[in-house]
Every structure is written in C-alpha cells, then in structure tokens.
Design a protein around this ligand. Sequence first.
Ligand code: C2E
Ligand code: CA
Ligand code: CA
Ligand code: CA
Length: 276
Amino acid sequence: AKRAGRGSCQFFSADMNAPFAARLWLENQLSQALERGELHLAYQPQVELRSGRIVGAEALLRWTHPQRGAIAPADFIPLAEETGLILPIGEWVLREACRQAATWRAAGLPPLMMAVNLSARQLRSANLLERIDAALQASGLPPEQLELELTETSLMDDAEAARELLGALRARGIGVAIDDFGTGYSSLAYLKRFPLARLKIDRSFVCGLPDDGNDVAITRAIVALAHSLGLELIAEGVESAAQREWLLALGCGGGQGYLFARPLSAEAFAHRLAAD
Ligand code: C2E
Ligand code: CA
Ligand code: CA
Ligand code: CA
C-alpha cells in the first residue's frame, strides 16, 4: 500500500480503477517526455520499387521512458491526441524532421522527401500553417522536400477547412499524402477536390498480396484511382520480394517496409543514404 502523506500517493487506493490510474500515469509522464529529452525520431526509407533507390524518409516518433523503456506510438499517440499533448509534441516532430533533412542536405547527401505525420488535432489547430512555415524557416529546408501525411478521416473531419489548408500548402510547394489509404471511408468525389500529391496504400492490403484475391482487387483499384487522379503511390508494409513484384506489376511506383529497411536512427539512415 502507498504511504499517506507523500503528495499524490495518498490518493491511490485498492479501489482505484487500474486502467484509469495507468492512463493518468502515462499522461503525466508523456507531458514531461519532451522537456526530459525522452523523444526522438526514427526514419524509415521510402524507395522507388523498381530500383530500390531511397527517395524519401518517413519520420516516426519514438519514446524511450527511463524506467519502462521503449513505448510504442500506438500506446501513446492516441493519448497525446486526446489530451492535446500532440500539439507541442507534433510541433517538435515537425521541427526536428525538417532540421534533420536540412542537415543531410547540407552534408551533401542526395536530397530526399521528408514525410511527417500530422494528427487530426494538429490539422484543426489554428496556427498550423505558421508553425510549418517557422519549421521550414528555422531549418532552411526547401518546402518541396517536405511532405505531410494525413489520414482520410482527419481530412473529412472538416473537409472545407482541409481543402483550404491543402491549397495553402500546395502554393508553398509542400506535398500532402493520404496515409493508410483505403481504410477510411472517404468519398471518392471529395478526393478529387483535394490538392494531393500521393496516396499511401495501407499495409493491411499489401499484407495479403498476392494470395488474397480481395487485397489484390483493392490494391488494383487504388492504383487505378491514383493514376486517374494523377497521384503518386507508396505501398506501406512491403515485407517480401513477392509483394514488391506484385506491386510493380499492378503499377505502384513506391514502397516502404521491412523488405527495404526498418525505421532507422538518423545515423544509420545517413549511412544507408550515403551508400545508396
Ligand atoms: P503509420 O503512419 O502508418 O506508420 C507506419 C508504421 O508501420 C510504423 O509503425 C512503421 O514502423 C510500421 N512499418 C513500416 N514498415 C513495416 C512493415 O514492413 N511491416 C510492419 N508490420 N510494419 C511496418 P510505428 O512507428 O509504430 O508507428 C505507428 C503509427 O503511429 C504510425 O502509423 C502513425 O500513425 C503514428 N505515428 C508515428 N509517429 C508519429 C508522429 O510523429 N506524429 C503522429 N501524429 N503520428 C505518428
Ligand atoms: Ca504515416
Ligand atoms: Ca500509414
Ligand atoms: Ca497503416
């Protein structure tokens, strides 16, 4: 039992709903993770499927807690969304990813697209554009080297506002990719009204290639849709050579997945890029 009289410990009792307490603990820890320097970014190569050449990097958030060790994004990003902590954390991700891409560029490595995930909450925040501009300016990264990954659901949340934002991003030369494409229920009619650069075929479809007939059909349909709308494609979660062959045959140009590389530390990524 916790001793009474030691700050917040006295509020803990055997009755306390354990998941609730765990959530409060996690939220408290997450609110301090940034200033404690516990967050960092991993970078996963995005490749041209035909050649395997690295054309981009997706920045993926990592949290290493001093006691609990690595905590998976799936275990803390939803919480960060709900609490609003994703706003300061997401801004840090944006600045850090831009800084890293600019550093690689300055070091003479081949220029690449830096893809940054944006949550629905960030998309709805009033000063997002100013924050993006500030991150680009502070880093010196050309806007053409930044791509933002958004989900269908967050776009459809407020389609009119999203369309305006995407227009402003396009005017700056910043690309937008739809993440996890095919898992939301976006209306195709809306899709063509957004100025988009790319669709990312969700891993759940790639996973079933080539044996699952439904996944083949869905992937084929997404590729056809992207081609007819003039959008680029990246397949997520490419793990096998057979999946790569199928994606190429279906007409998908880009890929990302363990077949090529896991998410890497900045150092390891730079080595890969230099050797590419
Ligand atoms: P996502 O955007 O769909 O990112 C791709 C996820 O798939 C990553 O998981 C990556 O490690 C994993 N992955 C890549 N290739 C393969 C593969 O071949 N096989 C399998 N099984 N998995 C693969 P991760 O890093 O755990 O991130 C999970 C999710 O957390 C991301 O999904 C994204 O939605 C979210 N996330 C990560 N970083 C950020 C961030 O900075 N901001 C926001 N808002 N969300 C983030
Ligand atoms: Ca993503
Ligand atoms: Ca994704
Ligand atoms: Ca996915």
